[in-house]
Design a protein around this ligand. Structure first.
Ligand SMILES: [Fe+2]
Length: 369
């Protein structure tokens, strides 16, 4: 069993502020995907009616497994693993491993790292027995442990971020994301984590402690395919441009919104391949030095945005308590699906920094023809 009791939030001022609409008996705003999908599921004028309606739709769901999947059996360090590809190019669930016990061998770590580089994101099931410290130990096999938003030195302290109010004793690096009936929320825009930092984290590890009975999946999108999918004209125009990545209100530090400039085409520092490094969750435009006119900027951003979330580039991961995803922030975007309200969802995240400091700053080194 997990040693991770749910945080107590009922007296927390940020939780109460985020619960304002619920206190006024108003359903979530239909101006957000979360509110729109809730209204589409059950039409009601009050919070209470909508919650009751959606809960009745989802009543009677039980956990179970059926059906077949295709998987590749492999044996690593004497351990029989089953590798389940979620989509042809992206995402593999690794079955048959205990992350608290089976990573002592460098060979297993190397195997998982290579799989992670190849598949952009790898997932695990049935790991709810991992303690917070076990999660730290797991993350450290792949790099240096980052703080909540990656590199130390920028640690958001926005009083509006509920996750800032939650502390895991002994593991200050862990970000806890809780959403429930009263304070709803999900990171439901395509993004890589903390690209408003000068040196964004290499990877993220996300553990699910409490899962909704349906919904709340996380989707991942392949940034290599996003680059390949641009027209030759757009590629040529944007290849040497840089873009402005601006954090949100919850990422403010001492009231200041963080911002960084990164290349539009980025060379993955380990695979050497090119990714489209524009995630319109954070990218607000091109660097001013390029002098790009607003009309052209809009058109180019639109071209790039058309690549976000194309079905063929994405995979979707269904969470269960104890499911873990570890993704490469240099090669995939991710987005939570904000469709699970009013159910509860509790996640824990760690970030991983590259051991090699020279590889942490995004750069573009075009391949020689
Ligand atoms: Fe994220």
């Amino acid at each position: 069993m997990s040693d991770t009791p749910a945080p107590v939030l009922e007296d927390n001022p940020v939780y109460l502020a985020n619960s304002q609409r619920a206190q006024e008996n108003k359903p979530p705003s239909r101006g957000t995907p979360l509110g729109a999908v809730a209204a589409a599921r059950f039409r009601a004028d009050t919070h209470e009616e909508m919650v009751a309606g959606i809960r009745s739709l989802d009543a009677g769901l039980v956990a179970g497994q059926f059906g077949t999947i295709h998987y590749k059996p492999v044996t690593v360090c004497g351990i029989d693993l089953k590798l389940e590809p979620l989509q042809p190019s992206i995402g593999t669930v690794v079955h048959g491993i205990d992350l608290a016990r089976d990573l002592d061998s460098p060979e297993m770590v190397t195997f998982l790292r290579n799989l992670w580089l190849e598949r952009r994101v790898i997932m695990f099931r049935d790991q709810n027995h991992l303690t917070h410290q076990d999660m730290v130990t797991f993350a450290r096999h792949f790099g240096e442990l980052g703080v909540r938003y990656g590199e130390p030195g920028h640690e958001p302290n926005s009083p509006r971020d509920l996750s800032n109010q939650i502390n895991i004793p002994g593991v200050p690096e862990m970000l806890v994301l809780v959403s429930d009936e009263r304070a709803a929320g999900a990171a439901s825009a395509w993004h890589c984590d903390a690209t408003w930092q000068k040196r964004p984290p290499m990877g993220s590890v996300l553990m699910c402690r409490e899962a909704p009975p349906v919904g709340g999946d996380t989707c991942f999108c392949d940034c290599y395919a996003m680059w390949e999918g641009l027209s030759p004209e757009t590629k040529q125009r944007v290849e040497h441009l840089t873009a402005r990545h601006v954090g949100g209100v919850i990422h403010q530090m001492d009231g200041k919104t963080p911002e960084s400039i990164h290349p539009v085409a980025r060379t993955h520092p380990e695979t050497g391949r090119t990714v489209l490094y524009v995630q319109q969750g954070f990218v607000k435009g091109f660097a001013p030095e390029h002098g790009i006119a607003p009309d052209e900027e809009r058109a180019l951003l639109q071209q790039m945005k058309l690549q976000e979330g194309r079905l063929e580039y994405t995979c979707r991961f269904r969470w269960e308590p104890g499911s873990i995803a570890m993704w490469d922030n240099r090669a995939v975007l991710h987005s939570a699906s904000a469709d699970f309200w009013p159910h509860r969802r509790r996640m824990e995240r760690l970030t991983i920094l590259d051991h090699d400091e020279a590889r942490r700053t995004p750069y573009y080194a075009p391949a020689k023809p």
